[in-house]
Ligand binder design. Structure first.
Ligand code: GCU
Length: 137
């Protein structure tokens, strides 16, 4: 499977808003997490079974990290992942975690764990790691 992009604005959002007031996002906007513990974005993704590199493109215009916990199908996958300041809300960076996915449909939830909420979230890219070892074609 090739890497696949999933826009945050198309995901399930709990306690957050789709906005487009900070340039540089992909798609039609990004998600502004509410500034509280527990706000989340949950993507539904399709993958083969096994490990995948999962990359969140984000912006954080503050100087404090906005950590997120990632769960897969309701189970903790990567917790306490930091999303440090990017310098401006218009400066987007990426952070990658490795998650183990099931064959077919999976939910990947990125949940804020501090009162600041999450960083602004642009998109999630899912890259099954089997791609790393495919020979050139
Ligand atoms: C500002 C910014 C938002 C951001 C928010 C925050 O209001 O414009 O895009 O989400 O700060 O601190 O979370």
């Amino acid at each position: 499977a090739a890497p696949t992009d999933y826009q945050a604005e198309n995901a399930t959002i709990s306690q957050g808003l789709v906005e487009s007031n900070h340039a540089g996002y992909t798609g039609s906007g990004f998600v502004n997490y509410d500034n509280l513990v527990g706000s989340y974005v949950e993507w539904t993704v399709t993958a083969p079974a096994g490990p995948a590199d999962v990359t969140l493109r984000y912006a954080n215009g503050t100087t404090a990290s906005r950590p997120l916990d990632f769960t897969v199908n309701g189970v903790a996958g990567a917790v306490g992942i930091t999303f440090p300041g990017t310098g401006a809300w218009t400066t987007w960076q990426t952070k990658t975690v490795r998650l183990t996915l099931a064959a077919g449909t999976n939910t990947i939830r990125a949940r804020a764990t501090t009162a600041d909420g999450g960083p602004n979230a642009d998109k999630l890219t899912v890259n099954p790691t089997s791609d790393d070892t495919q020979p050139p074609s």
